[in-house]
Ligand binder design. Structure first.
Ligand SMILES: Cc1cc2nc3c(=O)[nH]c(=O)nc-3n(C[C@H](O)[C@H](O)[C@H](O)COP(=O)(O)O)c2cc1C
Length: 423
């Protein structure tokens, strides 16, 4: 696969993949080869994904092969599921919608290759219901697959019919959490489940279930066809591959960029994103969607990969980068995102329901000039108390964002309180 221009190495966004729901064209351009390989040797696919060190790109960065091995080891009860997570609802994250809309066959090929590798006979494409164009493309593409020789081959290899199902999600952010997705697919409100049991043992209808993000699965067919070493060599350091970044906020050219992992934040923002609007200085970047930490100009040369960001106490997450220029009030921006988390809490865990609501209420108070030092102290205490207190990670993300904002921009919070004259 040739790089399209000297600055980028395109895999997922290669023009050969961006053919929409046109299956004939996609196959003429070489699509479908991974299925033949997976039919011949499912175990080899799992091994390649392990060697490639492919990691989950839906937020957690969990090694894909670990979940795959656990699901592959389970016997169907009576079915085995793969869920393709396309709920994508976090502010600033818009990469999966592009893959679903413009490269539906790539996503389906990655999913069917994965289903063969772990022995799943039901593949559920779980898509945010607001993404009408993604849903439309997937609907057409899935119909084409159902009557294709590829599904016939896969069914023969599995020894039972391979079922491909499209499931529009609930429209709730929380519905993207893996066990919440399973609840919705079973026909209930998407409340996250307690763990254990883990989905690998007991997921949809008690059956072994693998769930991966759209982007994670989209890489699988390429790793199957070109090999683990090829994928590893795409990164700026060994074992990294490429990654999609959703770049938004105060940049000249917002959009989805596919870049080698290890590319610096500076390159992403200035070389690819064209720099900041009106040439303003950079103030901060909300990384991985706002449910992570803030990066600042001091981090511009950080390599964008899981380990480098972890070393800075941050997280690559989904690869969303929301750029903020000087002149923007951090208190207001954080208050907006915390309102989103409070609104999105499913309310099942008291700490999350009341914790996110309290954070949102106090931040609004501070932002509108009615805050006190006691409010600030309460917020800081919540940052320490809330992480790990919920069934899922929603409350952790809300606390991490706030804690990071205090770490970098404490002065702005203190000034906002001082202005109220109520300290
Ligand atoms: C509140 C919340 C929302 C989430 N939304 C999504 C989502 O929209 N898409 C996604 O792939 N993962 C989402 N996740 C992460 C999933 O729980 C799960 O880790 C992921 O689908 C696994 O895929 P991966 O290993 O390929 O990243 C969310 C998690 C939480 C806590």
């Amino acid at each position: 696969m040739e790089p399209m221009n000297p600055k980028t190495t395109l895999v997922l966004l290669h023009p050969d993949q961006r053919v929409g729901a046109n299956m004939q064209r996609w196959r003429q351009l070489g699509g479908g080869k991974a299925i033949i390989l997976a039919v011949r040797s499912p175990a080899a696919i799992l091994e390649q994904v392990k060697q490639a060190e492919l990691r989950g790109l839906g937020g957690s960065g969990f090694p894909a092969w670990k979940k795959w091995e656990a699901v592959a080891a389970e016997t169907p009860k009576p079915d085995k599921y793969l869920v393709v997570n396309g709920n994508e609802d976090e502010p600033g994250t818009f990469k999966d919608r592009l893959l679903l809309e413009e490269t539906p066959h790539q996503v389906i090929e990655g999913a069917v290759t994965t289903a063969l590798a772990v022995g799943a006979n039901r593949v559920v494409f779980y898509v945010n219901p607001d993404l009408s164009r993604s849903l439309a493309a997937m609907r057409i593409a899935l119909e084409q697959w159902k009557s294709s020789d590829l599904v016939e081959l896969a069914s023969t290899a599995l020894g039972r019919p391979l079922e491909l199902l499209l499931a529009p999600g609930s429209g709730h952010y929380i519905g993207g959490e893996e066990t919440a997705a399973m609840e919705w697919i079973e026909g209930r409100f998407p409340f996250p489940r307690g763990k254990p049991p883990y989905p690998a043992q007991s997921g949809i209808k008690g059956c072994p279930t693998l769930i991966n993000n759209v982007e994670t699965l989209a890489y699988v067919s390429h790793i199957a066809v070109h090999g683990a070493q090829w994928f590893r060599d795409l990164g700026k350091a060994p074992g990294l591959g490429t990654k999609l970044y959703s770049l938004s906020g105060d940049v000249l050219h917002p959009g989805v960029y596919e870049l080698p992992k290890g590319t610096s934040l500076r390159e992403l923002i200035f070389d690819h994103g064209g720099g900041l609007l009106s040439g303003k200085p950079l103030k901060a970047v909300f990384t991985g969607g706002p449910s992570s930490t803030l990066l600042t100009p001091a981090d511009l040369d950080v390599a964008l990969d899981f380990e480098s960001l972890k070393a800075r106490g941050s997280n690559l997450g989904t690869g969303a980068m929301i750029v903020v220029s000087e002149g923007t009030g951090i208190v207001k921006r954080v208050a907006e995102y915390e309102r989103f988390f409070a609104h999105s809490s499913c309310g099942q865990c008291t700490s999350c329901k009341t914790g996110t609501a309290t954070i949102s209420r106090l931040l609004d108070r501070i932002d509108t000039g009615r805050g006190t030092m006691s409010d600030l102290n309460t917020l800081k205490n919540l940052c320490a108390m809330l992480p790990g207190s919920g069934r899922c990670h929603l409350v952790n993300g809300a606390a991490m964002l706030l804690d990071s904002a205090f770490g970098h921009f404490n002065d702005e919070f203190v000034q906002a309180v001082a202005k109220s004259g109520r300290s």
